[in-house]
Design a protein. Structure first.
Ligand SMILES: NC(=O)c1ccc[n+]([C@@H]2O[C@H](COP(=O)([O-])OP(=O)(O)OC[C@H]3O[C@@H](n4cnc5c(N)ncnc54)[C@H](O)[C@@H]3O)[C@@H](O)[C@H]2O)c1
Ligand SMILES: O=C(O)C(=O)C[C@@H](O)[C@H](O)[C@H](O)COP(=O)(O)O
Ligand SMILES: [Zn+2]
Length: 373
């Protein structure tokens, strides 16, 4: 693997930790294992190769590995699955000295992080993201949690990992649809902070959508997105203010995910959510038509959806779900919007007519391809 595919991004913290990208990244697990240390390895179906490699490193350092395979994707982020893991930790006698390791996409690492955050009020966790979305976003920054019937990520904790380890080769087995879904979070980083990401993507969208076509570009995009997240979470871990920018597009996205009963990929929903909030910002006089249309252009160029079809009935459901967004205060909806490229701000209590008009705009124009096949 060339130098261009090996990177370390430091999360300055507090707490400080590294996101290590490179071939054989799992070997760094040895730094977190010791004889007799119990390790709960939480993984998702299909990740056997990475889980096995991780187990070997841990066992090779004398750790006692207990493996738990949880359901795939959002089906893992439930109270029932979490309760099952607590039971396992209890039966295996996990103490505060022990460790949780998460291996999989963002759903698995969110769950693994939350079980670590809650067991004995907090044990250490190391995350091995195997999806693009996982490595650029979910595994980094310490947000952990599960969904409830009422909405996405409604129960969780801030619990940063001790390390994030990813071999970019792991992403090679992802389906194109899952990989492209992860690009939505990369594009989000481009709009809120680092427009070079948008330039890179728009210069070579076909190569950006296929890590095998240009592995160096893939790692460059990953490293840039992780750097955006590193800078933000090092300043504001608990989302007192600045961190909200990482939620760009998510108010509408989480509403789509809930209304669709989690059949939409998270990144696909974020793509439509960014177009939605750009429509709101445009109507509020904050961004011009060029920046609005750049959202549609860059997202569509890699095959992400830019529309969510639905009439008035759908809007009622979506609006109710949006009210439960964590950025709301009382009955006031707060949206992260742009007032220019890489100039995020908040729009507090936007008027209902604007919200509805933006919904009409994303209901009609663009392509809708978000549902998981
Ligand atoms: N904690 C955070 O800060 C944060 C940030 C962004 C997203 N998230 C959460 O992350 C989740 C979305 O992440 P995701 O898309 O990675 O979720 P996911 O775990 O559902 O993975 C998506 C699909 O990709 C598959 N997959 C993963 N790695 C693979 C590989 N190497 N090869 C083949 N298939 C692979 C999974 O099995 C799954 O079917 C959502 O729950 C979202 O809320 C959390
Ligand atoms: O790290 C953050 O902060 C984010 O908002 C990143 C988002 O991409 C991610 O989907 C996050 O899980 C959403 O958080 P939530 O607080 O809105 O549930
Ligand atoms: Zn997200």
């Amino acid at each position: 693997m060339s130098e261009a595919r090996t990177r370390t991004v430091e999360i300055a913290g507090p707490p400080r930790y590294d996101v290590r990208l490179g071939a054989g990244a799992e070997r760094h697990l040895a730094e977190h294992a010791r004889p007799g240390r119990r390790v709960l390895l939480v993984t998702q179906p299909g990740r056997n190769e990475v889980a096995e490699a991780a187990s070997e490193v841990l066992a090779g350092s004398g750790a006692r590995v207990v493996r738990a395979e949880v359901p795939d994707a959002e089906a893992a982020k439930t109270a029932e699955v979490l309760t099952g893991l607590w039971g396992l930790l209890g039966r295996e006698g996990f103490t505060r000295d022990d460790l949780v390791v998460g291996v999989g996409g963002g759903a698995t690492t969110d769950l693994a992080g939350f079980v670590a955050a809650t067991w004995l009020r907090g044990v250490e966790v190391v995350l091995l993201p195997t999806s693009l979305l996982g490595v650029v976003d979910a595994a980094v920054g310490g947000k952990t949690g599960i969904n409830t019937a009422e909405g996405k990520n409604l129960v969780g904790a801030f619990h940063p990992p001790r390390a994030v380890l990813c071999d970019p080769a792991w992403l090679g087995s992802m389906s194109r649809a899952d990989y492209v879904s992860g690009l939505a979070e990369v594009i989000k980083c481009g709009f809120v902070t680092d427009p070079v990401i948008l330039d890179l993507l728009q210069a070579a969208p076909a190569r950006a959508a296929d890590p095998a076509a240009d592995p160096e570009l893939a790692v460059e995009l990953v490293a840039r997105a992780v750097q955006v997240k590193a800078d933000v979470v090092s300043t504001d871990l608990r989302e007192a203010g600045l961190r909200e920018v990482l939620n760009y597009g998510h108010t509408f996205a989480h509403a789509i995910e809930q209304v669709e009963d989690y059949r939409w990929r998270h990144g696909d929903a974020v793509a439509v959510g960014m177009v939605y909030v750009a429509e709101v910002a445009h109507r509020a006089g904050l961004i011009d038509t060029d920046l609005l249309e750049r959202h549609r252009a860059v997202l569509a160029s890699v095959g992400l959806p830019t529309a969510y079809p639905g009439g008035a009935q759908r809007w009622t459901e979506l609006r109710a779900a949006m009210a439960r967004d964590k950025k709301s205060r009382g009955s006031t909806l707060r949206l992260v919007v742009l007032e220019g490229l890489a100039r995020p701000t908040r729009l507090e209590g936007p008027d209902e007519a604007t919200l509805r008009a933006a919904h009409a705009a994303v209901s009609q124009a663009g392509s809708a391809a978000g549902a998981v096949p």
